[in-house]
Design a binder for this molecule. Structure first.
Ligand SMILES: O=C(O)C1=C[C@@H](OP(=O)(O)O)[C@@H](O)[C@H](O)C1
Ligand SMILES: C=C(OP(=O)(O)O)C(=O)O
Length: 447
């Protein structure tokens, strides 16, 4: 296994078209919802990476039959109508936040015991607010170590258990708790009302959840400000469902156009995508890039970059990308309102500031944001903290500066196993995606 990857600066502007692999967030929602549906769902454009493989393995352990073809990017899921066939299971979720949070609520529909756990960092990522809300709905869920309110989580509901009612759910640490409860709610025994307590971060992911529930035949009533949700008992109906390419992954290629003054088209994403992270293109537009939205693609043309003062609460998975692009602007960039980035694969605010400084870029850390000063990156070994987005975003520095070496590049396997190959091929213009080849089309295509 390669321990590090030296990024070769490009000879000039990067130009090309790329279709990133399927969205992690949509894949893991589609798998959960299809598992709960009545009937067999066919999913296309599915992401196969660590985060979705742990979900697939967990569904298998819960007794839900899923046939998958990773080369074709497809899954057939035999839904269980909101019941869990396995009466006990141990689930291993690595460091996949969506998987452990979504599966905790799914397990609450079963007749336990189920145990959900992950890697050391997972044992530091909060889940207590979700656990409390599930208990308030009538489930029996506990963090094994109650002092941390983090995984491992044990779900053990009695056979005469009934779920339903009105509960508060905090949304300031992660929106995934709310998404998890929303997807499970239609299978409860009585109507569920979810009231968001205080701030809700990462709002577009909640809108994505509701839209996907609707696509599988379930309606949720809620005010426009997403402060509360009413979900009566309903059945999901199995669907043929096509998954969009991953918009967070797209940010690195659009960023490559921005930092090299090139022109990159991401195929399969448009302004009305389910993923809020498509708005990363708009952030680049604010920095001076030219952005063209088409019916099913977006193109970014790099122009001289200016610094921006930007709130990235809604699209924080792309904040690391913007931070590396910001090194090449003509003035400082401030990224605000992203305190929730401290609870992800690593403390991403601290990690980005530390690694920018390691590469000779001046950066400042705030409680809930960071400021990046323009500069010329110096040769450095970039530490990635087992965070795929550290590896992918810092590769952009290496497109412009010599000697940027990404340590543990294999960590991109969490959401994008082929990232470095795709980046290389986009930069070289060496790979042409064969659109008649289903595998290539569904997993990636670069031309
Ligand atoms: O619901 C989802 O699919 C996600 C929500 C976001 O997390 P938070 O809600 O914890 O910010 C995001 O960072 C994560 O990659 C995926
Ligand atoms: C935060 C992320 O993932 P998760 O919370 O699903 O582990 C991510 O993919 O950037």
């Amino acid at each position: 296994m390669i321990e590090s990857r030296l990024i070769t600066p490009t000879n000039g502007p990067v130009s090309g078209t790329i279709r990133p692999p399927g969205s992690k967030s949509i894949t893991n929602r589609a798998l959960i919802i299809a598992a709960m549906a009545n009937g067999t769902s066919s999913l296309t454009g599915v992401l196969f990476s660590k985060d979705t493989e742990v979900m697939l393995e967990s569904l298998h352990r819960l007794g839900i039959a899923v046939q998958h073809d990773s080369a074709a990017g497809t899954c057939r899921v035999e839904g269980c109508g909101g019941t869990i066939p396995a009466e006990k299971a141990e689930l291993w979720l690595e460091n996949s936040g969506t998987s452990i949070r979504f599966l905790t609520s799914l397990c609450a529909l079963g007749r336990g015991p189920y145990e959900l756990d992950g890697v050391e960092r997972m044992r530091e990522r909060p889940i207590g607010d979700l656990v409390s809300a599930l208990n308030a709905l009538g489930a029996n869920v506990q963090c094994r170590d109650q002092s941390t309110q983090c995984p491992p989580v044990i779900v053990d509901s009695a056979s005469d258990n009934r779920l339903g009612g009105a509960v508060d759910i905090a949304g300031n640490l992660s929106s995934q708790f709310l998404s998890s409860l929303l997807m499970m709610a239609p299978a409860a025994d009585a109507p569920v009302t979810l009231n968001v307590e205080g701030e809700l971060v990462s709002k577009p992911y909640v809108t994505m959840t509701i839209q996907m529930m609707k696509a599988f035949g379930v309606t949720v009533s809620h005010p426009d400000d997403l402060s509360s949700f009413q979900i009566p008992p309903q059945k999901y109906v199995a669907q043929q469902y096509d998954i969009e390419p991953d918009a967070s992954a797209a940010s690195y290629f659009l960023g490559a156009a921005a930092v090299t003054g090139g022109r990159v088209t991401v195929d399969g994403l448009s302004k009305n995508a389910l993923q809020g992270d498509v708005e990363f293109a708009t952030a680049l537009e604010r920095m001076g890039c030219e952005v063209t939205w088409n019916a099913s693609s977006v193109t970014v043309t790099g122009k001289p970059l200016c610094g921006v003062d930007i709130d990235m609460n809604a699209i924080s998975d792309t904040a690391q990308t913007l931070a590396t692009v910001a090194c090449f602007a003509d003035s400082p960039t401030t990224i605000r309102n992203v305190g929730h980035m401290r609870h992800k694969e690593t403390d991403r605010i601290a990690a980005v500031v530390t690694e920018l400084r390691r590469a000779g870029i001046q950066a400042e850390e705030f409680d809930d944001g960071l400021k990046i000063f323009p500069g010329v990156p110096q040769p450095a070994e970039i530490h990635t903290y087992d965070d795929h987005r550290m590896a992918m975003s810092f590769s952009l520095l290496g497109l412009r500066a010599k000697g940027i070496c990404i340590l543990d590049p294999g960590c991109t396997s969490k959401t994008y196993p082929n990232y470095f190959d795709d980046l290389q091929q986009l930069c070289d213009g060496t790979l042409s995606g064969d659109s008649s080849d289903q595998a290539a089309a569904s997993q990636r295509s670069v031309s």
